[in-house]
Design a protein around this ligand. Structure first.
Ligand code: DHB
Length: 309
């Protein structure tokens, strides 16, 4: 990263290392709410769309959210317009954002993923593709990304279909996410992102039955940060490609931790629900931490002590 914070992510230049976690910041709704001020002070250096599927989906029945100490459980269930609706209605609006666009796609089979990758590949407005092999909130309950063999096979099938960078979004609900990451990279993934949400559940305090319409959901927020940091650390030690780290990042210090653990870029998710401008604050805090660390470095070097990470 340069002094200004600029990075290259899979060959795509970004003005800084901050992304949004897919599905946690609706840039089209934010533009409606905040107008062009959003474009002047966009909170992220790359925008990741909510996951799209081949066919439109209504999502899970309500309730879809439950608050836990330090976070949320969501069971949204991938509501989206489908690829045709996304490309015709949303893509022209997302192309107006002042940062590169990454489109997140999820298929119920490798064939569906292939359709999505080919369609995204045809669009110049899309610079990166994230393969969401880790959504926990769908009827099948099966998560391709929990299995290294299935993930590798899917990426091998998709790799020849596009020249755009492929980012594989990993699930923390796997025995060993680093093994899945290695399989994804061996099959041609250009980067990995992690973590998606941890499977969780809440019961209605009245009926003691599952609260969420989808029964189980995904836990996110500060509650998962330590788990995310450990998984980012272990994956970054095992793969050569960039790692996009996320999971409960809410301050510049959290972001600095994930970068020190080996992430090339970081993403803010749940914190943007509380404050849609959280990305701006976290970016500014991170810049302050990096400037302070850089100012200390010569003294540490002269004293022979290791600079703080
Ligand atoms: C949803 C949740 C996820 O964690 C994800 O990766 C994609 C979609 C959802 O419930 O909509």
């Amino acid at each position: 990263m340069s002094a200004e914070g600029a990075i290259e992510l899979c060959g795509v230049p970004l003005a800084g290392p901050l992304l949004n976690g897919s599905g946690t910041f609706d840039a089209i709704a934010a533009r409606r709410a905040f107008g062009d001020a959003l474009l002047e002070q966009f909170p992220f250096h790359c925008y990741v769309s909510k996951t799209i599927t081949v066919k439109p989906r209504a999502g899970n029945p309500p309730p879809r959210l439950w608050e836990v100490p330090g976070g949320l459980i969501n069971s949204i269930g991938l509501p989206n317009k489908g690829v045709d609706g996304f490309l015709s209605e949303d893509l022209p609006l997302l192309a107006e954002l002042p940062v590169p666009l990454c489109v997140s796609v999820m298929g119920f089979s490798p064939d569906e993923l292939a359709v999505l990758v080919e369609r995204a590949s045809d669009c110049d407005e899309i610079e990166l593709i994230e393969l969401n092999v880790s959504c926990p909130n769908v009827e099948t309950g099966l998560v391709m990304g929990a299995d290294a063999g299935e993930t590798g096979a899917a990426v091998s099938r998709l790799r020849p279909l596009t020249g755009k960078p492929l980012i594989v979004k990993l699930t923390p609900n796997a025995t060993e996410p680093a093994v899945v990451a290695e399989a994804a990279v061996a099959a041609g993934a250009d980067a990995v992102s992690l973590i998606n949400t941890l499977r969780g559940m809440a019961l209605s305090p009245r009926t003691r039955q599952p609260w969420l319409g989808g029964r189980t959901g995904g836990v996110s927020g500060a509650a998962v940060r330590a788990v995310a940091l450990a998984q980012v650390f272990s994956v970054a030690a095992r793969v050569e490609v960039p790692v996009i780290g996320m999971g409960g990042i809410a301050t510049g210090a959290d972001a600095a931790d994930f970068l020190a653990a080996g992430a090339t870029a970081i993403a803010v998710g749940t914190e943007s629900f509380r404050d849609p401008a959280a990305g701006l604050r976290i970016g500014a805090e991170l810049a302050g931490i990096r400037a302070a660390t850089a100012a200390e470095e010569p003294a540490h070097a002269a004293s022979g002590r290791r600079a703080p990470a």
